[in-house]
Ligand binder design. Structure first.
Ligand SMILES: [Zn+2]
Length: 224
């Protein structure tokens, strides 16, 4: 199966990398912009949770239990998931990396808040493509050093402002590490984070024209 990235709405994505189906921050139930219904989610191998706010932890625990998927998150959220009955909760911490199902998962910092542990992002390294999900974050620059070690093909970055970077800062952010493709997320779900993704695209093209910005519609699948 070809690698792809599919936007499920808000910060939720479905990735296919090396034949493994990965969900990131699968907030489906209660997500006003969800592209799928919970019962339509197909067999999942890995679930990555960036932090435990409701719009990110979402339905992770229920989906992990249904498919016996591995739920990977910061240590304290993994302990919580395990206590909720998830059999394959894997805890790690910022800067750490693990091998799961033939993929390398690297936990990156993010500047945000959370109830348990701390908020994070993930770099997922497959044999052909490397995808970075920034989580919810304000601007920070250490990501460029991570990307030197793990060059990023697709970066999923929040642009909604208020709780995360806005389009201008998000453009500066991706210009630091120059992914092949940048995809905006975490905007438009609620009025308070209504932003124009074209502003992000314009800013990136002005600052770093080598980066291709792809504005996905909710439910769109980007084949890699
Ligand atoms: Zn959020």
């Amino acid at each position: 199966m070809k690698d792809y990235v599919k936007w499920l709405g808000h910060a939720a994505f479905e990735l296919m990398l090396d034949g493994k189906r990965i969900l990131i921050d699968p907030w489906i139930r209660g997500n006003p912009k969800a592209a799928v219904k919970l019962e339509d989610i197909e067999d999942v191998d890995i679930i990555l949770v960036t932090h435990d706010h409701g719009d990110h932890l979402g339905d992770s625990i229920e989906i992990a239990e249904k498919f016996d998927a591995k739920l990977i998150s910061v240590y304290e959220i993994a302990v919580y998931a395990s206590n909720q009955g998830v059999r394959n909760a894997i805890g790690m911490n910022v800067g750490g990396d693990i091998e799961v199902d033939g993929l390398k998962i690297v936990m990156t910092p993010s500047l945000h808040s959370s109830e348990r542990g701390c908020p994070v992002g993930f770099i997922i390294v497959g044999s052909k493509n490397t995808v970075y999900h920034a989580g919810d974050t304000g601007f920070f620059s250490d990501i460029k050093y991570y990307a030197e070690v793990y060059p990023i093909d697709v970066a999923l970055v929040p642009i909604g402002g208020v709780y995360t970077m806005n389009p201008v800062m998000a453009a500066r952010f991706v210009a630091l590490f120059k992914p092949r493709i940048a995809v905006p997320m975490h905007y438009g779900t609620f009025d308070v984070i209504e932003k124009d993704p074209k502003e992000f695209k314009d800013q990136v093209e002005r600052k770093e024209p080598t980066i291709r910005v792809i504005i996905l519609g909710i439910g769109d699948k980007l084949e890699l």
